[in-house]
Design a protein around this ligand. Sequence first.
Ligand SMILES: [Zn+2]
Length: 757
Amino acid sequence: MRRSLVTLAALIMIAWTLMAQQDAEPGLTGFSADGSRTERQWEQKFRSAISTDNIGGYAKLLSARPHHVGSSFDKHDQEWLASKFKEWGWDVHVESFQILFPTPKDRVLEMLEPTRFVAKLQEPPIPEDPTSNQQNEQLPSYNAYSIDGDVTAPLVYVNYGIPEDYEELERMGVSVNGAIVIARYGSSWRGIKPKVAAEHGAVGCLIYSDPRDDGYTSGDVYPKGPWRPAEGVQRGSVVDMALYPGDPLTPGIGATPDAKRLKFEDVKVFTKIPVQPISYADAQPLLAALTGPVAPARWRGGLAITYHVGPGPAKVHLRVKFNWDMKQINDVIARIPGASEGDQWVIRGNHYDAWVNGAQDPISGMSAEMEEARTLGEMAKAGWKPKRTIIYCAWDAEEPGLIGSTEWVETHADELRAHAVAYINTDSNSRGYLNASGSHSLETFMNQVARDISDPEKNISVWQRRQLRRIAGANSGEERERLRSRATWPIEALGSGSDYTAFLDFTGVASLNLEFSGESDGGVYHSVYDDFYWFTHFGDVGFVYGRALAQTVGTSVLRLADADLLPFDFNDLYSTVRGYVSDLQHVAENQNSEIRDRNREISEGAFAATSDPRRPLVPPATEAVPPHLNFAPLQNALDALNQSADHYKRVYARVEQDGGAVLGHASLAQVNVQLLQSERALTDDNGLPGRPWFKHQLYAPGFYTGYSVKTVPAVREAIEQKQWSTAEESIDRVAKVLENEAAAIEKAAASLEHAIQ
Ligand SMILES: [Zn+2]
């Protein structure tokens, strides 16, 4: 008797614990309690079906040969992708565009003085690496959308070739006017380097990978290790994507056969000067031949030379000519129709074109997408019906300038503005931590998804792993305490560099970009060595992070497609924008005090007194002190945004009171449409100052940084570029956009209130 009592007590304890555990699993935002349980079952099925063997199989097949735009293997991959979607039950079609895609015809780089040297411009095969010898199909190393050119001039080393580097050159008394510059890769997107060089009067531009940033200084080089070997070259586009991405001939419209195209001479996004990327093997003799001032300490790379700036005596001849051909590109678009809200679209994409074999960029992401597609197809056959339409895209021509996705978005812009819920992008994937960037109305959502994904190396959730890294990296106990108390980690703002750009910046579709990164070494980016052999020795070797990526993206897609109420959250948006605005105020104030202070140093002779006559530095020029800007319109708009975000949150709290049961029967169609439109309110049809294609007013790639983001770009860049009246106007314009956003959220809150009464 006593014994069975103990047993009974134990059983009760077990049951109690199980119930508590079940209770502990929180309901999903936007789902009723029942809906949440069903949804979790489907998501669980989805995640357990994702196979690393399948992902590895797709990766091997898709990266077997070079597959750049217009190549026969690019077409092979496209046909294979389309056939797989079809086999897995998706409704699939191919959308084609005609775009301008230059390939190299003639490339010569030689040093004429003080000694003669001819650059190889060639990546040799590596015996262990079975695809590195496919030279007949490899696109030679070049920078796409460099203009044709034939120039001979003295050489100047310009460090990373960003605007600050030219300020420093000026102080050294070195001009690049009439020179060919040599810049190292890094610190900015590559297309910025020739743009800034040309603005300073250079006539040609070489870009090389320095071993300090990308080579033996970091670790063993390929094939012994993952880092860039001496002759490895980073290809890549240098089109001015900060003006507009996509086909250079058709800004803002789809590059369909009958589209009205710009004349070649009217295109503004080509470089102004010829450009050629080179290896550090080819760069070393050129750099070693420079004299002039010794490069500042921060400019010195990892080569065994004393870095000088020049100009000369190295005199260099650069000749590049291209086949300026039109090519057909082919996007694969596959759908699973929504059962009840079919005109609300959840979109997901990755590109499949590569510079060469591209096992990492882009096939590591593309093969994860295909495994999601296979699994979703199987679930649909097993009776799962998404509420909303799911659209999976495989983009062509991302590498030359995000062209496949941009042309598709421009062609379907009106439909996307009406129907798109969100766009989820992936591209290269490696190992480590979930790196999530995107629209801040999806920040809470992304955190919820990340809690349900298991990290393959640590057996904790990918949410927890990232959270613990944030804590480990904090600078103080106080900072760590603050991080522990936060229920969400922040997602980063998106600049550019992959196919989300047109969705977010041109049409205002809420977007996310997801990848695992932080643990992989790498030095084969955009070279012939980014291939299956490299990836299966040094990348995500067993494709376990490919599986984690497929699980993360697939869970996100399922949840967005199935939710009764779209899981947007505006408190995160408000607090993020508030952070941007206070940062802008600091930037403006600092700039003001820095200029005052420097002017004073100039007038008291501090620069003249500290200039070493043997290494003379020119004092900087006196600058006008900027006016104080009036941020009140932005602050007032922030208050409105805060109020409406809070209002929406209060109404949603009422939904949750009865476990969300009301969501099971309320009529939410109107609220959902208003929610999916909310990101659109953050755009302005006129775009950013000087670049109308970029319509989003919170995020954009920097005009002088390329990929990396400028938040509240109209205001921030006007301040940085010291254009005070533009800054004032932009403050008003962004404030108006935030007021519109507040009104849109207010409407959604009112509709939700009405729907649950
Ligand atoms: Zn890519």
